[in-house]
Design a protein around this ligand. Structure first.
Ligand code: GDP
Ligand code: MN
Length: 386
């Protein structure tokens, strides 16, 4: 789960990281009031869960409350990388003398959190890494021993931070590590952390990603979840307990089990990649999924207009083949299929399932015996689709 900038910075502040004292506004009138109360120049910042807002025009400086209102009016409702802006953060403007990058995430290869710092902040870390990988200093945090003070010093000296800022920087590093760990975060990032003209450190931007699996034990963070940020399909999936991730391809995949779902996606790519065909989604209907869940899954898959064919790959274990078959028929009654569907059913009650499908005599539904056959048929159908 991604937190908005204002939520991340509020969390950082709880740990003692210095952040601007801003407020969120949902209307341009609100923005005007907040700017007036601030009584100084402000920045109006689009609150969307994507990066690069600055470049997209989602961050503007306003010297007067009237300007803040105008900027807010333009930014609210704007789309940034497809996300609609529903609120803006009004922060007192900072005068910047240097922008630094500071972030912490999990390094899977090392099986440890890794702190990253760079004197070339402001731009995205991927960009720094691509252009000047040497400009990033890294320190691994031992999960048992925790962070040592000398590690913050190594980061500071490694990025040539002026010595007078080391103490303040060390405090911020320690606070960020604690915030990351106690929030069950996958990422906690300050970009930019700035040195202001009056020589203090301030976290101007904040980004946190929380591990979804930890949300049950992080009620305070779970409550921040912004359901308006989910697409309709993702919202439906979440309600039905279906794991769904939309991708770019043409083959809508309905599978039970995450591993089998990934294998199915790989198989479509194996046969389709050379002709630009691949999976339209990851979808796991879960173990023991019943007819109504299958119907919901199909509806979710078909809500994606890129889908040219549905590939249904079910291995009956807990999930029974006949239940799945009935679910498919129910779904076909409710939603107009409109595209061909390839079904591969194996395992528990597979024969009963196949019989149910065959007896229904629906057109555009084809049975495949093996996953190889199913993947080839799906790629073929997607290739022929108008
Ligand atoms: P992002 O583009 O989505 O990462 O948004 P940021 O919050 O990082 O802002 C982008 C850039 O806008 C920063 O790197 C700064 O250069 C600039 N910026 C943001 N806030 C302020 C501010 O208060 N004062 C000034 N002068 N510039 C700011
Ligand atoms: Mn930023």
């Amino acid at each position: 789960m991604n937190l908005h900038e204002y939520q991340s910075k509020a969390r950082f502040a709880e740990y003692g990281i210095p952040v601007p004292m801003g407020k969120v506004a949902h209307t341009s009138e609100d923005a005007y009031c907040v700017a007036q109360q601030a009584g100084c120049a402000v920045v109006v910042k689009a609150q969307v869960l994507v990066g690069g807002r600055g470049k997209a025009g989602g961050i503007r400086l306003a010297n007067l409350p009237e300007e803040a209102r105008e900027h807010a009016c333009e930014i609210l409702g704007m789309r940034i990388k497809g996300d609609r802006v529903r609120s803006v953060l009004i922060d007192p403007a900072a005068s910047i003398s240097q922008e630094i990058y500071l972030g912490i995430t999990n390094d899977r290869a090392e099986a440890k959190p890794v702190l990253m710092a760079s004197a070339e902040g402001g731009v995205e870390i991927e960009e720094i890494n691509r252009l000047r990988p040497d400009a990033i200093v890294r320190e691994y945090v031992d999960p048992v021993a925790g962070l040592f003070d000398f590690q913050a010093v190594k980061l500071a000296s490694g990025m040539d931070l002026p010595r007078k800022h080391w103490r303040a920087f060390g405090k911020i590093v320690a606070a960020l590590v604690r915030c990351f760990e106690e929030s069950d975060a996958e990422l906690a990032e300050i970009n930019p952390l700035v040195i202001t003209e009056d020589e203090s450190l301030l976290a101007l931007d904040g980004k946190m990603v929380i591990d979804d699996n930890a949300l049950p034990r992080q009620p305070q963070l779970a409550a921040l979840h912004d359901s308006s940020e989910l697409s309709e399909a993702e919202g439906l999936a979440r309600e039905a307990g279906i794991s769904y991730v939309r991708l770019e391809g043409q083959i809508g995949c309905m599978v039970n089990g995450a591993g089998l779902a990934m294998t199915t996606m790989d198989m479509t790519l194996l046969y389709g990649k050379s002709s630009g065909i691949g999976p339209a989604n990851f979808l796991d209907i879960g173990g023991g999924a019943r007819a109504d869940t299958v119907a919901t899954a199909l509806r979710i898959i078909l809500s994606d207009e890129n889908v040219k064919v549905v590939l249904c790959n079910i291995f009956g274990g807990i999930t029974r083949g006949d239940e799945v078959a009935r679910g498919i028929l129910t779904a076909c009654e409710e939603v107009k299929l409109g595209v061909p569907m390839i079904i591969r059913l194996q395992g528990t009650n597979a024969e009963e399932g196949s019989a149910i499908i065959n007896d229904a005599g629906l057109s555009g539904i084809y049975a495949a015996g093996t996953l190889t056959e199913a993947a080839r048929m799906a790629v073929d159908a997607a290739g022929k689709a108008p």
